[in-house]
Design a protein around this ligand. Sequence first.
Ligand SMILES: [Fe+2]
Ligand SMILES: [Fe+2]
Length: 234
Amino acid sequence: MGLTEAESLKLNAFFGTELPLWPFGFKLNNPIFAPVSERTILKLQLPTDPLWVKNVVESNIEEILTDHAFCEQKAASNAITLIVQNPNLSDLVQEMTALVQEEMDHFKRVHDIILERGYVLGRERKDNYVNELRKFIITGGRRADQLVDRLLFSAMIEARSCERFKVMSEHINDQQLAEFYRELMISEATHYSTFIRLAKKYGDGINVDKRWKEFLAYEAQVIQNYGKGETIHG
Ligand SMILES: [Fe+2]
Ligand SMILES: [Fe+2]
C-alpha cells in the first residue's frame, strides 16, 4: 500500500526534501530519505517478519489493542516527564506539549476502536522491549548526555513502533485497522524525527550520530527476542 500524493507532499514538506520518500526502507541498504542532518543515522537493523501479523496479531486483536493503547499513554507520559525534567528548554517544552496531545489523541482513537468492537480496555501490559531498551540510557555524568540518551531512547521506540505499524498496515486482514495503522505510522515517523532534532539541538558537543549508531546496534540485539508476542513490541 503506497502513500497517496497528499501524504507524500505532507511528508516531503516535513522532511524538507524532494526525494521520493519513506524514512524506513526495511531493506538493510536502502537509502534513508530523511533531512540531510538525519539521513545518515536512521537504520533499523532488523525488520519485523510479516508472519508476526498473520500468526500472532490477527488472532489476538483485543490484546494488541489494549497493549497499543498503553503504548500511546506511555509515549504521552514520557513526553510529560521530559517537560518536567527540562522546563527551561522552551523548544523542547513546546514540542513535547504538542506530542502529548497527539499521543493522547491516538490513545483515544485506539480506545474508541476497543469500545466499538465490544471490548473493554484491559490492564497495562509489561513492555519488556522498552524496559530492556531503557537499560541503555546512561545514568550519571553530564545532564546533556542524559538528555540526549533519553531523547534517542524515545526516538528508537517511535522508529520501531512506526516499523511495526507499517508491517501491520500492509499485512493485517482487517480494513479498519490497516487504514488506522497506516495513518499512525506516518505520525510516529514524524515523532521519531522530532526526537532526533531535539537531541541534536540540545546535544551540546555530543556526537549524536555516533550515539544513535550505538543505540541501533543495541536495539538490534534486543529486538531479536521479540516479534513473536501479542503486544506491539512483543
Ligand atoms: Fe502515537
Ligand atoms: Fe509517537
